[in-house]
Ligand binder design. Structure first.
Ligand SMILES: [Zn+2]
Length: 297
């Protein structure tokens, strides 16, 4: 069921935050695994990783797991409270049910080792003896008990993420009315949620727009094209279960395969699939930026 141990060590790096497709993949698999299970006790091993009263979850049955941008939302049947989770850079969720183990998040040896490990911060115990472990090496991630009504009210005012219906070509065009490089505008998580380095590079390639072009030089027609390119790459990312080139690997223990479908990301020196030009790598805002000077203007 699990790939060789070395596989995890190879993946042990901190180069990418999880991107939205990776979080969506984890969400879907946790939804399937946890729905209907009743919590008996939540043990908090590191207080920084958990806020709220864990006791309010006792006796509650998981209803469903949703997502807003990169926040994983756990809803319970008939409960006033819910739990929200952010994995940040090194968070892992590992669900263990007898012999079965399903894993999401940062890939380390903890995935196959005895649990809890020294990185385990929170443990959910379910009535049927299955357990959910929240591990987080660098302790940037968090689990929070929040009031469901209040959270949903706040969530309405949150900036849209690229899978929201509020993310429209008009919203994008407005967002681009800034003089910064287009790539940096798209990565600004305060304006648009869920778009990270891998998918931004590929979306700009699809749209034929150079990453260092000033955002406010992009006209309406180009903005429409860019919007559809963003939607398309995120859909592809979700379809392939995310990219295991990042820290994130699917719950089932194996990585996503979006990396087999990268358009320009990490392809410097290779031929462009569209014009045959050579893909270039530059730094923009400190991040690796990949594009084809031949067909991205
Ligand atoms: Zn090209």
């Amino acid at each position: 069921m699990f790939p060789p141990f070395g596989y995890y060590l190879l993946q042990e790096r901190f180069c990418n935050m999880p991107e939205l497709p990776e979080v969506e993949t984890i969400r879907g698999q946790l939804d399937e695994a946890l729905a209907g299970r009743e919590v008996t006790e939540v043990e908090v091993l590191r207080s920084k990783s958990f806020s709220g009263d864990p006791r309010v979850l006792e006796g509650k049955r998981v209803k469903e797991i949703k997502r807003k941008a990169k926040v994983i939302e756990v809803y319970f049947e008939g409960a006033k409270e819910m739990v929200i989770v952010h994995l940040k850079m090194t968070g892992q969720l590992i669900f263990v049910d007898g012999e079965k183990r399903i894993v999401g998040g940062h890939p380390t040896a903890d995935r196959i080792r005895e649990l809890p490990s020294k990185h385990t911060r929170v443990v959910w115990n379910f009535k049927d003896r299955s357990k959910l472990f929240f591990n987080d090496m660098r302790v940037f991630g968090w689990m929070r008990v929040v009031d469901t009504d209040k959270y949903q009210k706040d969530a309405k005012n949150m900036i849209p993420d690229v899978t929201d219906s509020h993310f429209t070509p008009v919203y994008l065009f407005d967002l681009l009315k800034r003089s910064k490089a287009v790539k940096l505008v798209l990565l600004d998580q305060d304006k648009l949620g869920g778009l990270g380095n891998i998918y931004v590079n590929d979306a700009l390639f699809l749209a034929g727009i150079s990453p260092d072009r000033k955002a406010d030089s992009i006209n309406k027609t180009e903005a429409i094209k860019l919007h559809s390119a963003i939607v398309q790459v995120i859909k592809l990312g979700i379809k392939y279960g995310g990219a295991s080139a990042s820290n994130y690997v699917q719950v089932s223990g194996l990585g996503g395969t979006y990396q087999d479908h990268f358009l320009v990301y990490k392809k410097e020196g290779q031929k462009c699939s569209r014009c045959g030009g050579i893909i270039k790598k530059i730094k923009l805002g400190g991040r690796g930026t990949f594009y084809c000077p031949g067909c991205q203007k």
